[in-house]
Write a protein that binds this ligand. Structure first.
Ligand SMILES: [Zn+2]
Length: 243
């Protein structure tokens, strides 16, 4: 199931991306449109519509993969392509925008529910690690604010800013596999079996022991990360044996 409720293609994207893409950059919109009239409230709904319009037609050619509003997720660029959201980081990252009219506007429960859905899409689909990344850990991937990236720091970005609750967001991703009922329990069982098979196929006892530990510590997101990692390790081991 794709995370988005709608797909409104943006003309602003670049083909292809790094095969080891592992970073998601969180932005907030601050379009400057929703509180244009002095004294008028800055409305989230107007922020959403002005951002949709902006990603169809803007002079800088900017876009994101997903826009998270309080009530839906809208896609603009396919995951296999780069959206134009964070300069030099575009090649190995995906961009998620959250609607926020001003720097001081709080994010809602709806935002966090939609951010969880969008975030887990990248965790499960692409093995993005569940962690709040920083400048120093950028190459290991995870989730990072635009205001924390080297590109964002260089040009003075302040989104998503101080109202964004990183602990709440990361915890919601960690809890993801455990809250979603029987369907996921069946999927977790399948993943455990796959891990066990991978374990049998790997000659290194140290790796096998690690796999056994990971299978016991089984949230779905963690299992998927481990499977991706061990598949890569497995391929590596086989290349090594052939040489
Ligand atoms: Zn941004």
């Amino acid at each position: 199931m794709p995370p988005e409720d709608r797909f409104i293609r943006s003309p602003y994207f670049s083909s292809g991306r790094a095969s080891n893409s592992n970073l998601v950059v969180i932005h907030s919109t601050r379009s400057g449109q929703s509180d244009r009239v002095p004294g008028w409230p800055a409305l989230e709904s107007r922020e959403k519509s002005s951002t949709i319009n902006w990603f169809q037609d803007n002079p800088d050619g900017v876009s994101s993969h997903l826009l998270v509003a309080t009530d839906e997720i809208i896609r603009f660029v396919e995951d296999r392509s780069q959206s134009h959201h964070a300069g030099e980081h575009n090649f190995y990252s995906w961009g998620i925008e959250a609607t926020q009219p001003t720097v001081g506007t709080p994010f809602t429960d709806g935002h966090y529910a939609m951010l969880k859905k969008a975030g887990l899409h990248y965790v499960r689909g692409f093995g993005v690690p569940i962690k709040h990344a920083s400048v120093n850990t950028l190459s290991r991937g995870g989730f990072i604010g635009h205001d924390e990236t080297p590109q964002g720091l260089a040009i003075g970005k302040d989104d998503p800013g101080y109202k964004f609750d990183w602990d709440r967001f990361i915890h919601s991703l960690e809890a993801g596999g455990e809250e979603e009922g029987e369907e996921d329990m069946a999927a977790i069982d399948d993943l455990k079996k796959e891990l066990a098979e991978l374990r049998r196929a790997i000659w290194s006892q140290a790796v096998a022991n690690r796999l056994r530990n990971d299978a016991q510590d089984a949230s779905m997101a963690r299992l998927l990360q481990n499977i991706k990692r061990y598949r890569q390790g497995h391929n590596y081991v086989h290349q090594f044996i052939k040489k």
